[in-house]
Ligand binder design. Structure first.
Ligand SMILES: [Zn+2]
Length: 172
């Protein structure tokens, strides 16, 4: 029998704000992974990193879910919903890489693990040093989301957490 873990964007967002985790540790774990794969410019090739970390990515019709992680033999399979935006898919992939790297047993069972995976994902997709250097070239939210291939919501949360929101001159 295979065990599926459901992931929904709303749950991720709720968990993001309400559960305490060791944020510095999760960010550092993401920076270690980014360094291992030579990330120097956005957008981060999160699919290549996930595959190299042992996550098998497949597209599947999974209804209203954006992604679903399950164990298959010794490895993990991540089903992605092709109906979701590329930015959502990229965040889901980075989130699941977080669970793998942080040695969690799956996705969706423990709120603190979900928040930790989100902190990891945000730092992997939007490494702070790369965000800072991008902000020296543009102050438009739309430019940043295009460069990093993340959603506006994800970039706004990242900028807010790093006290960089005031650097923006345009939310378009
Ligand atoms: Zn998760």
């Amino acid at each position: 029998m295979r065990v599926a873990y459901a992931v929904s964007s709303l749950d991720l967002l709720l968990w993001w704000w309400h559960v305490d985790v060791h944020i510095g540790y999760c960010r550092q774990a993401a920076r270690t992974v980014a360094k291992r794969y030579g990330v120097r410019h956005p957008p981060v090739d999160v699919k290549a990193i996930a595959t190299a970390e042992g996550l098998r990515l497949v597209y599947a019709d999974i209804g209203s879910l954006d992604a679903r992680l399950y164990r298959n033999g010794d490895g993990w399979v991540l089903e992605l919903n092709p109906a979701f935006a590329e930015t959502a898919q990229r965040f889901s992939i980075a989130h699941e890489v977080g669970h793998l790297v942080l040695a969690h047993d799956g996705c969706g069972s423990q709120p603190e693990h979900e928040r930790a995976a989100n902190v990891f994902a945000a730092e992997l997709l939007m490494p702070l040093d790369l965000v800072r250097s991008a902000l020296r070239e543009t102050s438009r939210l739309g430019d940043l989301t295009q460069r990093f291939r993340v959603s506006k919501e994800a970039m706004l949360i990242k900028l807010d957490e790093q006290h960089l929101l005031l650097k923006l001159t345009s939310f378009e």
